[in-house]
Design a protein around this ligand. Structure first.
Ligand code: MN
Length: 241
């Protein structure tokens, strides 16, 4: 497209042709248009695909309610707030924003990293939780091969998850076709390093403190009872493509 047209579109939106000084009506229109645009592309809290008490007794209903309704909602709200100044960025998937943080303007980069990461991580997390699913499928084969058995995998995963200092996540990821366990601080996600998450545990205290207080190892043990291995297998198959 011609450069002048792009310039006109950027500076005066759809009414660029009306002249260099738009009427007050055009300003109002543009303001409304921008609001509508922001509203359409706003990030929203995904519905929890089960009841708050569905993971009892491993994760209690109160923790789920606060974790989803307040913490995750908080990340969504702050991400939207950060992007208000840059409505064009709002059209991206949150995953794409945290994959290419270097193209996010510097004044909102940290906010997008933390809150976009928070939104992506928690949206991923809710889906990999379900009671009563046994490890199975290609992911079980791959884990057995890589870690010499599911028990060894759990041990290594638990060691890393409990060993992470402060807040963050422990991830099972696919890196150049290889399964690996890694931790990341805060709300950082492996996709920022071009690695694909298959499974992850939130080890921020808000994820377990009400029930487990400072006993993170117990929370990690409980987590092994509520892994939705069907979803994890799907994540693995998708990552391998
Ligand atoms: Mn969390």
């Amino acid at each position: 497209m011609a450069e002048w047209l792009l310039h006109a579109a950027r500076t005066r939106g759809p009414h660029g042709h009306l002249g260099s000084i738009p009427s007050p009506g055009v300003f109002l229109y543009q303001k409304t248009y921008k609001k509508l645009f922001l509203w359409v592309f706003m990030f929203t809290l995904p519905k929890l695909p089960y009841a708050f008490d569905a993971l009892e007794p491993f994760i209690d209903a109160k923790t789920m309610e606060i974790h989803h309704g307040r913490h995750h909602q908080g990340y969504v709200d702050k991400l939207n707030k950060a992007l208000e100044k840059y409505p064009k960025l709002q059209k991206n998937f949150a995953e794409d924003l945290i994959k290419s943080l270097d193209v996010v303007p510097e004044d909102i980069r940290t906010a997008v990293r933390n809150n976009g990461g928070g939104h992506v991580n928690h949206s991923f997390f809710w889906l990999i939780l379900k009671k009563g699913v046994e490890p199975k499928g290609e992911i079980l084969k791959a884990i057995n091969k890589k870690f010499k058995g599911i028990d060894n995998f759990k041990e290594e995963f638990k060691n890393k998850a409990t060993g992470l200092f402060g807040s963050g996540w422990c991830w099972l990821i696919l890196n150049n076709g290889e399964l690996e366990i890694m931790t990341m601080p805060n709300q950082d996600n492996p996709i920022s390093q071009n690695k694909t998450p298959i499974l992850g545990i939130d080890v921020w205290e808000h994820a377990y403190y009400l029930k487990y207080q400072n006993r993170r190892p117990e929370y990690v043990d409980a987590f092994f009872n509520i892994i939705n291995w069907e979803q994890v297998n799907e994540n693995y198959l998708k990552a391998r493509k």
